[in-house]
Every structure is written in structure tokens, then in C-alpha cells.
Design a protein. Structure first.
Length: 382
């Protein structure tokens, strides 16, 4: 199917950790770069990464789960995967369809799914489209089912008819310029390294290991930049903050104009869902530090028209309401909040995160007598 890397993943100067494999997988949709670990005959866990990242952000987590077969693809335009534009008018389906096609090429049928940040939203779309394939679903710091920006209320009513206040046109030019310059320094607050330190984790309680930080920044800088990728295009608007979504890239796919994941509530069958998020998350909260309406309320974006028209998006409230409706329709979900934790629980509080993930997977493998012993051994080791 493709060449397996012996030590270094594509375009990286840093070797893989022991037990991690890297290869390309060709599907009818794209040539995806995939990280793998474990025995393909073991229960499978699929990892879907977030925005401005790659699947290598899961590398350390993968080494701690030796009794699973783990598949972690780089999304299109991220990491080493093929740079194909994402049609935002399909919502997140270009990404979720890519995951499905990659798994089909690998011969993976039923599996557990973990989605982080943007990957959580993609994981929900994947589960909507393939409920029979998903044994369990762990959502790590996912975005709202109504996407990012431009909506209010627990059912995601748009602030304006054109969904102004969401989409790729709102990403700071300073951020984009430093990606284009491949700036790996922390000299500017807008550089990838500085943004990762300040928003991916709770900076007050977590400091990246220097080499892991270098690896992550290298991966961030592999993200394809442009109007069809990151940040995506935008549409000028007469409504505050004077920018509505365009039609390309992940940031536009996350606009409430195209993103509505509430179909999850009525799927059959309904896999168990665990939602894990940090109390100190600056990216996804009811007062998210990068929500345009919250920034307007703080005076960072001028001209904010007030709470009546543009209140901060209640992201956690929107997620919780959807999952409660999922439960009311016969599904099962639980919420785990982590103190002193930001947007990346699998990095910041690895032990607690792994314990909950392991418990979730074991609950849905123990019914199979061939699997039960494997997970009993895993529990004893930890």
C-alpha cells in the first residue's frame, strides 16, 4: 500500500518514538499520511487531530496504549498528507470522508474513535455517517456542534443571516504571515510556537518538553497556507465584525453556515460518548479567548454591537445540550472536566486522560471473550 518509514516521518528531522510507524495510505480520495502503533489484530482506536496540528501530536499517547492498534491520519492539508482543498460548503464531510476512505483502504471496519478539538467535530460527523463502525467515541475539547463563532443560544441561532463573525477571514494576518515565513521562534505572540504555548495548554500549569515542543512546531509549520486551506477565504459583510465565511478550508467548514452536527442526536446505533475538557481551555468555552464576540466584548475587536446582537458563543452549553439530547434519545454520554487543564488534556494530564480512555474502550471490548483478557492485563499494568 506504501512505504513504511523506518525512523523519520516525511519532512521531519525528528525520529519517531519506539513503536510508532509512519506510512502513506492511498485511497480513492487522497494520499494520506498515517501514524500507526500496535498489532492490527488488536482492537482499533482511530485518532483525529485538531486544527493547526497533525497526528504527531498524539505520538506520546500512542506509546502508552500498546494493547491497541492505533491509526492516526494527518488530515488533508496538514502534516504530510496530500494537500487537497477542503470544500467548506460540505461542512466537515471532506475530512470525515477522507478518514472513512483511509480506514477502508487499511481494511479497518469497527473501531473506537477519539477526536481532539477540530478533530472532535470531524469525529462527530464521521459517527453520524458511520454509526455502525464506531464502538465508542471520545471527544477531547471538541468545538460546538454549531461550529466556531457567529451563533448564540444553546441551539446555535445565527447572529446574522450571513453568519458574519465566523470563518477563515477572521484569522489574524499576523498569524498567517508568520506561518508563511515558517517562523519557528517565540519572538512574536502571533508565532505558531507562542500560540501553542498560550492557547493549546494551560500556560500557568504546563510547560512543553523542549524537544516535543520543537516537534510540534515543526508539524504546525507543515500545514498548507492559502485561501483554499488555512486560514481559508472570507466574504466581506455589512454586519459586525464585517467578515462572513467563505467556501474553502477548515475554518470555513467550522462556520455555523455549514456546520451543524445535531444529527448525532438521532443516529442508530448510538455508541457511548465521553466528553473530556479542561476547566482552563481558552479555545473552547462559554467565554473563549479567541471567540470574535468575546474579543469584541473585551474591546479587542472594535465596534462590538453588544450582547443583544453578538453575545459570546456559549460553546460548552451548546455541546452539553446536544449530548443531553443524545442521551434523552437513548444514547449514553458522560462529561469529565479536568482542573488546571487547557485545550489538550491528552498532553497536559496524560495519566487521567489515558485512564478514562482505557475504561471506555475496555467496557466495549469486554463483551468479546477473545478481547477481555487483553484489557484485564492492561488494567493491571497501569
Amino acid at each position: 500500500m506504501s512505504q513504511i518509514s523506518q525512523q523519520f516521518p516525511p519532512n521531519s528531522q525528528y525520529p519517531l518514538l519506539p513503536g510508532i510507524r509512519s506510512r502513506f495510505v492511498q485511497s480513492p480520495r487522497l494520499r494520506a499520511h498515517v501514524y500507526e502503533s500496535g498489532d492490527p489484530s488488536s482492537p482499533c482506536l482511530v485518532l483525529i487531530h485538531g486544527n493547526a496540528a497533525s497526528a504527531r501530536f498524539f505520538e506520546e499517547l500512542m506509546t502508552k496504549l500498546p494493547n491497541l492498534y492505533i491509526v492516526a491520519p494527518d488530515l488533508r492539508g496538514y502534516g504530510a498528507s496530500e494537500a487537497k482543498p477542503a470544500d467548506a460548503t460540505r461542512g466537515l464531510r471532506d475530512y470525515s470522508d477522507d478518514v472513512a476512505a483511509t480506514l477502508e483502504s487499511l481494511g479497518v471496519r469497527k473501531h473506537h474513535v477519539l477526536g481532539w478539538s477540530l478533530g472532535g467535530n470531524i469525529a462527530v460527523q464521521y459517527t453520524i455517517d458511520h454509526p455502525d463502525a464506531v464502538k465508542s467515541l471520545l471527544l477531547e475539547s471538541p468545538g460546538s456542534p454549531y461550529g466556531y463563532g457567529g451563533s448564540h443560544g444553546e441551539t446555535g441561532q445565527p447572529n446574522f443571516p450571513d453568519f458574519s463573525g465566523s470563518g477563515g477571514g477572521l484569522i489574524s494576518k499576523d498569524v498567517v504571515d508568520l506561518y508563511i515565513a515558517k517562523d519557528s521562534s517565540a519572538d512574536s505572540m502571533f508565532s505558531p510556537r507562542s500560540v501553542m504555548r498560550s492557547t493549546y495548554v494551560n500556560a500557568a500549569t504546563y510547560t512543553f518538553d523542549p524537544q516535543r515542543e520543537d516537534i510540534y512546531v515543526e508539524q504546525m509549520l507543515m500545514m498548507v497556507i492559502g485561501d483554499q486551506f488555512y486560514p481559508g477565504d472570507g466574504t466581506p459583510s455589512a454586519n459586525w465584525p464585517m467578515m462572513a465565511p467563505g467556501k474553502w478550508g477548515s475554518n470555513n467548514a467550522l462556520s455555523p453556515k455549514y456546520c451543524n452536527l445535531t444529527a448525532l442526536e438521532t443516529i442508530t446505533p448510538k455508541p457511548e460518548i465521553v466528553w473530556i475538557h479542561g476547566v482552563n481551555d481558552l479555545v473552547v468555552s462559554d467565554t473563549a479567548a479567541v471567540d470574535p464576540c468575546f474579543l469584541g466584548k473585551l474591546g479587542v475587536i472594535p465596534g462590538w454591537p453588544g450582547d443583544d446582537l453578538c453575545p459570546p458563543q456559549p460553546m460548552l452549553t451548546q455541546i452539553r445540550a446536544m449530548l443531553q439530547r443524545y442521551a434523552a434519545n437513548g444514547g449514553a454520554f458522560s462529561e469529565m472536566t479536568l482542573e488546571n487543564c487547557g485545550h489538550s488534556p491528552h498532553i497536559e494530564q496524560e495519566d487521567a486522560f489515558i485512564q478514562r480512555l482505557q475504561t471506555l474502550i475496555a467496557a466495549h471490548e469486554s463483551a468479546d471473550p477473545q478481547r477481555k483478557g487483553i484489557f484485564d492485563i492492561f488494567r493491571r499494568k497501569r
